[in-house]
Design a protein around this ligand. Structure first.
Ligand code: NAG
Ligand code: NAG
Ligand code: NAG
Ligand code: NAG
Ligand code: NAG
Ligand code: NAG
Ligand code: NAG
Ligand code: NAG
Ligand code: NAG
Ligand code: NAG
Ligand code: NAG
Length: 688
């Protein structure tokens, strides 16, 4: 599949290449304005400033700032910044753990040319007639934070180096034009009063990638653009070191997933299929152990919660502000009850009940409630409500209007026929292939996460039903594989850190007693889960099945949280749970609320997709009042409804674009869907 990389350079706006003349102008203004700066920014001492930017000031022409010594914004990282932030470029990956002088290596990555940095969209009006392209724009800052590998063992010298990306809404303060910037935006270059710490879930989701993708939207949505947004890669994930992948190449993982990831409905012998998958799980955990030794002992959610607390401390904020999603809500629940006095304004969206994860397989079987409902009432039902102009599957058949019951039967017939015989397909870019039941159902499951993908999926299923598999082939080619054979090789990219997810899930349930009798219990769990939920049952089962082998290699994680979830918190948290969430059913949010009592409030978000991505002005208003003012509703539960229906997003808005709604370019729409999903929850990417 296409790897969903959003490089930092892509985020720069190509139309805004700076015209260098502003540098000269500001050099002059800057020296005059310097004293003015210190009356605007009482926290800054002139001495400190002078020391930091001395070579900038004395270089005369600010053009000279663009040598290694500094920039019009001074030098990074700032001394005493615990995250050692520098403006992100395409090179700012944290130093390796075996680097003997990490700070020096890191500092050498600072690129003084602001043209290479990643700036956000303008957040404040540009009062200036000057041509500084960066005035009023937020900035992406990259940094890292070292934390102990083992919080429970003082004599353990190993560390974890967490990769951190922060979107600073106020942008940066120019060192050469101080009074001017103070006029435009007195807080330029400073952290905001609170920082919204974000976590996308998984386990295994990358918080830095999530920040790249969503920070600007999140600060706007939750704080009117007032608060910075910080994402981190959890231990074991992505740019954090150590990172845990147990295959040397993504191609190897794909190859075996092909064999072991067959769904139960198409396994000639479920017993034989389970033996196969089980042997591979054993081999995979063994590889994790060979490659990463005891690291799996230190990735449990309790340690991730401790990492988040370290991030709060490094931010210098007395209480944490956060927006934690999906499995991120499990981190949030654990953290809040371990550190009740640090809880500030924390939203848990797409709420799990983390207590479930202590049970064997609990991460899987407690997630199944509503995927089938979302398929029937949402994907199919809303399709018919929207009509043929917006959803291909509602086209009349033999001039008869399609009913929900008919459509459900037709689609069931289609997937059953594919389970009996895969459909051949061909596209030029990947040659011959087949549409398999396992791949198709996992693509359907992924679509339920994100209703923006529905018009494209409806078009695909419509054509497939009519005997044309071209679109289906193109979609599955995008969603099935991690290895992209079109990339030059060597150098191969680092393998994705997918195994980390199982290791976290299994560490959290390590002490759940294993049932006797080998695979018998698992066999019935598999049958049970797939009977209960044909769309999500297999995928969720495969998430938890490896746990059978965890204790063989890692007898005991260093710490798991086993306390209650009803501690008295400094402030209540705000839960959001969705009526049609295919991964974190409302029932779980309600059970959590029941345990947390007055320490939480719940928004029951009536909408589609995983977490509250189905926009609701009602939800957003409650969330914003909470993040900005700390206000929570009086009632334990507040119902909120999505503003619009799937297939009809934007249809009633001012610039009516009916084309967009009918998936004008379904392949492009599907590609965007897969990218969106990769950031949110890599482990649930469809696999065979
Ligand atoms: C982190 O994740 C992003 C998005 O999935 C990917 O493009 C990038 O290569 C990853 N970085 C590392 C160091 O693994
Ligand atoms: C980073 O971007 C610079 C241009 O800004 C380019 O010359 C360089 O090749 C890029 N490096 C990587 C690793 O992409
Ligand atoms: C603590 O860490 C040290 C150094 O790695 C190790 O030798 C020791 O066994 C650890 N103690 C425990 C209780 O894990
Ligand atoms: C930033 O600006 C671009 C170009 O105008 C726009 O497409 C994008 O939606 C904006 N992003 C945000 C988060 O406002
Ligand atoms: C896992 O594989 C190892 C060999 O690598 C074997 O000794 C062990 O018995 C296997 N465990 C189970 C539960 O099958
Ligand atoms: C979600 O599943 C529960 C069963 O746990 C059911 O009671 C509820 O009605 C379902 N929600 C929807 C919207 O169908
Ligand atoms: C099959 O579907 C593809 C993609 O939608 C389309 O381009 C092609 O024309 C269709 N083929 C036939 C024979 O209808
Ligand atoms: C699956 O297991 C649950 C819990 O044990 C049980 O309530 C349910 O009836 C089972 N469902 C099926 C389809 O076997
Ligand atoms: C939390 O719940 C447990 C019972 O599950 C109860 O014993 C305990 O008193 C409760 N704690 C608080 C602080 O309410
Ligand atoms: C926050 O409180 C202020 C002062 O009471 C009020 O004016 C503002 O509307 C509130 N903001 C939100 C988003 O509720
Ligand atoms: C669009 O507007 C019409 C007329 O005001 C209304 O009946 C319909 O429900 C609206 N559709 C959506 C998706 O908001």
């Amino acid at each position: 599949m296409e790897k969903s990389s959003l490089s930092v350079t892509q985020l720069q706006h190509p139309q805004s290449r700076p015209n260098q003349s502003w540098l000269k102008t500001w050099a002059v203004v800057g020296l005059i304005g310097l004293t003015a700066l210190f009356s605007y920014l009482p926290g800054l001492s002139y001495e400190g400033f002078r020391e930091q930017y001395y070579d900038v000031l004395t270089s005369g022409a600010v053009r000279h700032c663009n040598r290694r010594s500094g920039s019009p914004y001074g030098r990074f990282p700032h001394p005493d910044d615990p995250f050692r932030f520098i403006p992100c470029t395409n090179a700012t990956l944290p130093p390796a753990l075996d680097d003997s002088e990490p700070e020096k290596s890191w500092a050498s990555l600072f690129d003084p040319n602001p043209d290479h940095w990643s700036w956000g969209n303008a957040t404040v009006e540009q009062h200036v007639s000057g041509d500084d392209p960066y005035a009023g724009r937020g900035i992406y800052l990259c940094g890292y934070l070292d934390v102990p590998l083992d919080y429970t063992n003082q004599s353990e010298p190993r560390i974890v180096r967490l990769a951190v990306t922060k979107y600073q809404v106020s942008g940066l303060a120019r060192a050469d034009a101080a009074h001017f910037i103070a006029y435009v935006n007195p807080s330029a270059g400073r952290k905001s009063e609170r920082t919204i710490v974000i976590e996308p879930g998984g386990p295994g989701g990358s918080g830095t990638s999530y920040a790249w993708r969503a920070a600007q939207d999140i600060t706007k949505r939750l704080s009117d653009g007032k608060f910075d947004v910080l994402g981190w890669d959890p231990r074991g994930v992505n740019a954090t070191s150590p990172s845990i992948a147990c295959f040397p190449y993504n191609a190897d993982r794909d190859r075996w997933a092909m064999l072991t990831g067959q769904y139960r409905e198409v396994s000639g012998s479920p017993e034989a299929q389970l033996e196969l998958a089980d042997a591979m799980n054993n081999a995979t955990f063994r590889a994790c152990w060979e490659k990463h030794d005891d690291l799996a002992r230190f990735v449990s959610t309790a340690f991730v919660a401790r990492d988040m607390e370290e991030i709060r401390k490094a931010l210098g904020e007395d209480e944490l502000t956060g927006y934690l999603v999906s499995y991120g809500t499990g981190i949030g629940q654990t953290w809040a009850n371990m550190f009740p006095d640090s809880v500030g304004r924390v939203i848990l969206d797409g709420t799990e009940y983390v207590r479930d994860h202590r049970l064997l397989g609990g991460f899987g079987w407690t997630a199944l409630d509503n995927a089938t409902d979302a398929w029937r009432d949402g994907f199919l039902g809303e399709c018919l409500n929207a009509g043929p102009k917006y959803c291909a599957l509602s086209q009349p058949r033999d001039s008869e209007t399609v009913t929900l019951q008919d459509l459900e039967i037709r689609m069931k017939k289609l997937v059953v026929s594919i389970s009996q015989r895969p459909v051949p397909g061909y596209i030029e870019s990947s040659g011959p292939s087949i549409i398999t039941y396992s791949a198709l159902v996992s693509a359907i499951y992924s679509a339920l996460y994100n209703a923006n993908s529905w018009p494209a999926l409806a078009q695909m299923l419509y054509e497939l039903e009519a005997g044309n598999s071209t679109l289906a082939t193109a979609f599955l080619d995008r969603s099935e594989w991690e290895y992209d054979p079109t990339l030059p090789s060597p150098p191969s990219p680092k393998p994705s850190t997918d195994e980390l997810g199982s290791l976290v899930i299994c560490a959290d349930s390590y002490d759940a007693p294993l049932p006797p009798g080998g695979l018998v219990w698992w066999q019935s769990l598999w049958a049970n889960m797939t009977t209960q939920a044909w769309i999500s049952g297999n995928s969720r089962f495969f998430n938890v099945f490896p746990c059978r082998h965890f204790n063989t290699y890692w007898p005991q994680p260093a710490e798991v949280y086993r306390g209650d979830l009803n501690h008295t918190l400094k402030s209540p948290v705000l839960l959001i749970a969705e009526t049609y969430d295919p991964a974190t059913p409302l029932r779980n949010g309600r059970r959590l609320l029941n345990e947390m009592g007055k320490n939480a409030r719940l928004i029951v978000h009536h909408g589609y997709g995983h977490s509250s991505r189905d926009k609701s002005t009602c939800t957003d208003n409650v969330a914003k009042a909470y993040i900005l003012n700390g206000t929570v509703p009086e009632e334990q539960e507040t119902p909120c409804f999505a503003d619009e229906k799937p297939y009809l997003y934007g249809v009633n808005s001012t610039n009516i674009n009916t084309q967009a709604a009918t998936a004008a370019d379904p392949i492009q729409a599907w590609r965007e869907h897969i990218q969106e999903l990769a950031f949110w929850n890599p482990r649930l990417l469809p696999r065979k």
